[in-house]
Ligand binder design. Sequence first.
Ligand code: IPE
Ligand code: IPE
Ligand code: MG
Length: 249
Amino acid sequence: MTTPPATQALQHIAIVMDGNGRWARLRRLPRVAGHRAGARVVREIVEAAAVRGVANLTLFAFSSENWRRPADEVSLLMALFVRALRDEGNRLVENNVRLTVIGDRAALPVRLQKTIARVEADSAHCNGMRLTVAANYGGRWDIVQAARRIVAATAAGEFDPATLDEASFTPWLALDQAPPVDLLIRTGGEFRISNFLLWHLAYAELYFTDTLWPDFDPAALDLALDWFANRERRFGRTDEQLRIGGTGA
Ligand code: IPE
Ligand code: IPE
Ligand code: MG
């Protein structure tokens, strides 16, 4: 009988960064102050994840549904995104982090689209951590856009629908390069997915914490990692089978 490794295979962490507004309200500050504080934390957590050897980190920055917020909050979020990319782009490259943005980009401000394209191109050669930021992203949108592209490719004679199965469907999704999510972290105390990565979360371990995103720090990340290390991932098997036969997806 061997002791399990300190951390079981953890290829992909996804985070719903929630609680900026409540963090600000607790301090009698405007919501935007919470978003600014949240943006600083993104920087810190990206670096902490890279240092801990996380291969894939996917962050939910703006959902398809967040357009329903007041217009001034939406434009501030877009402006913060542009600023963060401009300020941090070089640091990402120095840390060998490759950035990809997923979501329906066409609806984002053109200035943001250009900044995203630049940082993606600048970091395309980086082969350390893969950082994916979901902006104007929805899990349902993603599945539908994949289906639409498959239909178009089929009509063009470029895809044989008889070959369609789970494995051949996955590459059509926006998050095509990452393995399934192992650990989903949601800050801010809500117990929901909010239309994040529906397909990739199928077998994720779900970690919910009351900590508001602007208070989430590397120590809080370590708590989540420790919790994950103690999960028994069965992937449909029984716990007895795991004890006898080892692990494996
Ligand atoms: C998450 O914080 C940030 C985004 C959705 C962009 P919220 O702004 O949702 O914070 P709460 O949930 O109102 O506290
Ligand atoms: C989820 O947070 C989206 C992001 C963190 C970007 P929300 O605050 O928008 O989620 P709901 O509306 O409470 O479900
Ligand atoms: Mg929220």
